[in-house]
Design a protein around this ligand. Structure first.
Ligand code: G1P
Length: 292
């Protein structure tokens, strides 16, 4: 049995410039999809997968994230006194148990790889998951749960991947698979934001990872890559070259890139259509728009 994955890292230090002016004072990760922040959906995905410790790589001005996952005694007392049991349950379910949420700071936006490296001391010498909160991945069971099942069989490193139209690959990390044994989904190369003509496939890195702690040694050796930033994809490619096993997990649910306006709107639309309270009116409104 491979060593269990107990910890997850959530890189939440990004400035959210694509969402200004909404993100002047509110961290982009706390912008809601339906009735909860996008980050809470992703934390729930991690909880479902059995994660016990939640490590947030944060930055100045993002203190509201820690408040969101904390207990709220006054609010809970008020809701209890008013008999609002459903809301009380929802508020309590959002919290992370005492001592299990850990916040570390990234000093400057030097890239996703640098952000993950900031969690090295807290992760220590054990495997860990990384969940990129911009990517809202909808599936039952959740993406990370599926990856955990695969990890139980293969151990090593697991990367969630999905197909996108070829003209979109330049926005993502892209993987190549071993073509001699396609069903094994063994990764043979990873490249960050390649030009379309250099992309090894149209399988992109979706934003969920299970990584072994040797990645931190490789991150320490990784120089700035695409966009002048320290890229986790480059560090993973280094580890792969050094012999570390990397397997892909094909995600077949629906992904919403909530880092951009359209993805965020689509997420709200899809989650609204799946919610008993909002679905009928939302559907009627959409049908009216299509008619007129
Ligand atoms: C990051 C990763 C990239 C991945 C993407 C998924 O890029 O570096 O490999 O495909 O997330 O959203 P970013 O979106 O931070 O530019």
């Amino acid at each position: 049995m491979p060593k269990p994955v107990r910890k997850a890292v959530f890189p939440v230090a990004g400035l959210g410039t694509r969402f200004l002016p909404a993100t002047r004072a509110v961290p982009k990760e706390l912008v809601p999809v339906l009735d909860r922040p996008v980050l809470q959906w992703v934390v729930e995905e991690a909880k479902e997968a059995g994660i016990e410790e939640f490590i947030f790589v944060t930055a100045r001005g993002k203190e509201a994230i820690a408040d969101h996952f904390d207990a709220h005694p006054e609010l809970e007392q008020t809701l209890a006194a008013r008999g609002k049991d459903d809301l009380l349950k929802a508020v309590r379910a959002a919290a992370i148990p005492a001592g299990k949420a850990i916040y570390v700071r990234q000093d400057a936006p030097k890239g996703l790889g640098h952000a993950i490296a900031c969690a090295a001391a807290v992760v220590g010498d054990e495997p860990f998951a990384v969940l990129l909160p911009d990517m809202l991945m909808r599936a039952e069971p959740g993406c990370l749960t599926g990856m955990m099942d695969r990890y139980a069989q293969t151990g090593g490193n697991i990367i969630a991947v999905e197909e996108v139209p070829r003209e979109e690959v330049h926005r993502y990390g892209v993987v190549a698979l071993d073509e001699n044994a396609p069903e094994a989904l063994r990764i043979t190369a990873m490249v960050e934001k390649p030009p379309v003509e250099e992309a090894p496939s149209n399988l992109i890195i979706s934003g969920r990872y299970i990584l072994q702690p040797d990645i931190f040694d490789h991150l320490a050796q990784t120089t700035p890559g695409a966009g002048g930033e320290i890229q986790i994809t480059d560090a993973m490619q280094r580890a792969l070259t050094a012999g570390a096993p990397y397997h892909a997990w094909r995600f077949t649910g629906e992904t919403f890139d909530c880092g951009v306006k359209l993805g965020f709107l689509l997420a709200n639309f899809a989650f609204g259509l799946a919610d008993a309270e909002t679905a009928p009116a939302l559907r009627a409104y959409a049908e009216r728009l299509l008619r007129d």
